[in-house]
Design a protein around this ligand. Structure first.
Ligand SMILES: Cc1cc2nc3c(=O)[nH]c(=O)nc-3n(C[C@H](O)[C@H](O)[C@H](O)COP(=O)(O)OP(=O)(O)OC[C@H]3O[C@@H](n4cnc5c(N)ncnc54)[C@H](O)[C@@H]3O)c2cc1C
Length: 520
């Protein structure tokens, strides 16, 4: 093997969540598990701030923290983290009625499994009866409504009575990941502005020039420079696939406010409230709420969007500064080109609904680390496979996010009407929705193993949003009504037990500060 094919030095540019997640995954796999001496350096500017938002995660983050050797107690204390059991969607399905918000939950627990297709039995016997889909098939919606935590103080780290992810302070999370990567996993950290990127004759990146004129050489580069995409986009000229014709929201205005009372309840789910030109996220940490209005600038002005946000929050936002965040909607045509991979916002982003950012970036950082080429000889085929899989993940995310908009029956603004225009809905999603008009979704509709959102996620959204599946030609297959009723009754009884046992969310967070969780 010639010297030029060896990959010994990996350089990551960017110290946001994506950069530090990449550093941790790569170091965990390549430094701690490798006999070859691989060096990993992360270069980050002290002058260009990180995006600083991204406060909701999905349950997969639990596995990542555990894998990277970060204790859950340490994480909760250092990142002001709280528990997230799903998303409560308010006013997404029908026009809002003043004083009567309508909602459904997309929870993290998968519906109870049984040899019966419980979704079909719910459609046949319970839809419209006043028992929502989520409450018929799981206890977690009721746990969220009661403001309860997903576990008790005696439940060991990373385990729960229900499935959960987290709400966290994004800047503190980057700092914790940085500490872990540098102190525990041997990553070198350099604070410097990259001012130019140099290439070999074959187009591969050879080194980075930093502001003091020094040169940082590498064999492999990871672009985590945020929306700028300094290496993959600007230098290697990999085009951007714009998806704003499907997903219209392109800006966010964000505010952080304290709780009105120090002991106010903390929601154990993200609250996503639909407005006329977008929606508001509302995330409860221990001491504050992070709230933002994500909107389409083609359908409203920035001034109006901020006013709508402040009206949602109420007087506690008076005099508190807001931050305007433009968003690029879409992804790169390739994520791995030559000796450079983009991770994080430089790879792609659609919008914060369903908290897909950290999910995709964490999963792709892990995929890169686990499949990292042993030399440049096997790089092209690994890159090809990586590009195909990551593109599939983004398309899957786009379909799922778009489903929330096009299933809505709202007609109180052009934004909602435009979202249902056929030419804005990907063919793949249109085909599925057409199929599900006549029979409920089935595992056969989800054959792609790398899809981020699967059968259960779609079921919660479809039937939370009152999607009409006509069972006329299907219900002859549903002859076990009695057994189905028994399973539904068991779920309901189990709910009552859990509701009596689990602590309030704030009470659990306070106890974790006092005693910590049991290590496993
Ligand atoms: C409005 C909004 C809400 C979001 N909400 C969620 C959510 O709820 N859940 C979720 O999972 N995700 C969410 N995301 C996505 C989330 O913000 C990102 O997943 C995450 O923060 C990753 O950002 P990043 O590290 O790619 O980029 P950034 O945070 O932008 O970091 C870029 C880094 O590159 C460095 N850099 C740039 N140029 C140079 C240079 N020339 N030299 C050296 N360094 C350089 C900067 O200093 C910085 O360290 C949201 C995103 C937005 C826009």
């Amino acid at each position: 093997m010639s010297q030029t094919n060896v990959i010994q030095k990996i350089v990551i540019v960017g110290g946001g969540t994506a950069g530090w997640l990449a550093a941790n995954h790569l170091a965990k796999n390549l430094i701690t598990n490798s006999v070859n001496s691989i060096e990993i350096t992360l270069v980050e500017s002290a002058n260009i701030p990180t995006i600083g938002v991204g406060e909701g995660t999905v349950p997969m983050m639990r596995q990542s923290l555990q894998h990277l050797g970060i204790s859950e107690t340490e994480f909760i204390l250092e990142c002001d983290a709280t528990f997230k059991q799903g998303i409560k969607f308010v006013d997404w399905t029908t026009n809002p009625v003043a004083g009567k918000p309508a909602y459904y939950h997309h929870i993290f627990d998968y519906p109870k499994t049984s040899e019966l297709d419980l979704t079909a039995y719910w459609l046949k016997n319970m839809k419209g009866s006043g028992i929502s889909y989520v409450d018929a098939l799981s206890i977690q919606g009721k746990i969220c409504d009661a403001g309860l935590a997903p576990k008790m103080i005696t439940t060991p780290e990373f385990q729960g009575a229900t499935s959960y992810g987290y709400h966290l302070d994004a800047n503190k999370f980057s700092a914790l990941l940085a500490k872990n990567a540098v102190k525990k996993l041997g990553v070198t950290h350099i604070q410097a502005d990259v001012v130019s990127v140099l290439q070999h004759e074959n187009g591969e990146i050879s080194s980075l020039v930093i502001a003091n004129g020094e040169n940082i050489q590498g064999d492999f580069f990871v672009d985590c420079t945020g929306f700028k995409s300094l290496l993959l986009g600007e230098k290697l000229k990999v085009p951007f696939k714009d998806k704003s014709g499907t997903l219209f929201v392109d800006h966010a205005v964000a505010i952080q406010v304290p709780y009105e009372q120090a002991d106010a309840p903390i929601a154990s789910h993200t609250i996503s409230t639909a407005l006329t030109s977008g929606w508001v996220w509302d995330i409860g940490l221990k001491e504050r709420r992070g709230i933002g209005h994500v909107y389409s600038s083609s359908h409203t002005s920035h001034e109006q969007a901020e006013q709508d946000l402040r009206a949602y929050i109420g007087p506690i936002s008076d005099g508190v500064d807001s931050r305007l965040i433009p968003m690029k909607i879409g992804y790169r045509e390739k994520f791995w080109h030559k000796n450079c991979v983009a991770l994080g916002l430089s790879q792609g982003f659609v919008e914060p609904l369903e908290a897909t950012g950290l999910l995709v970036f964490d999963a792709t950082a892990k995929m890169l680390a686990e499949q990292f080429p042993s030399s440049k000889l096997d790089m092209p085929l690994i890159a090809k496979q990586f590009n195909e899989r990551v593109a599939l993940s983004w398309d899957n995310v786009i379909d799922f996010v778009k489903a929330h908009y096009c299933l809505s029956k709202r007609d109180d603004s052009q934004f909602w009407l435009d979202n249902r225009a056929n030419d804005s809905i990907p063919d793949s999603l249109q085909e599925r929705l057409e199929r599900w008009k006549y029979q409920p979704p089935s595992p056969y509709d989800f054959s792609n193993k790398f899809g981020v959102f699967n059968l259960e996620n779609y079921q919660y959204i479809l039937y939370g949003m009152d999607f009409d599946t006509n069972l006329t030609h299907f219900q002859h297959r549903l002859s076990q009504d009695e057994l189905a009723s028994k399973v539904f009754a068991d779920i309901s009884n189990h709910s009552d037990l859990a509701l009596n046992k689990l602590p309030k969310h704030r009470e659990l967070i306070d106890k974790i500060y006092q005693y910590g969780l049991q290590k496993i």
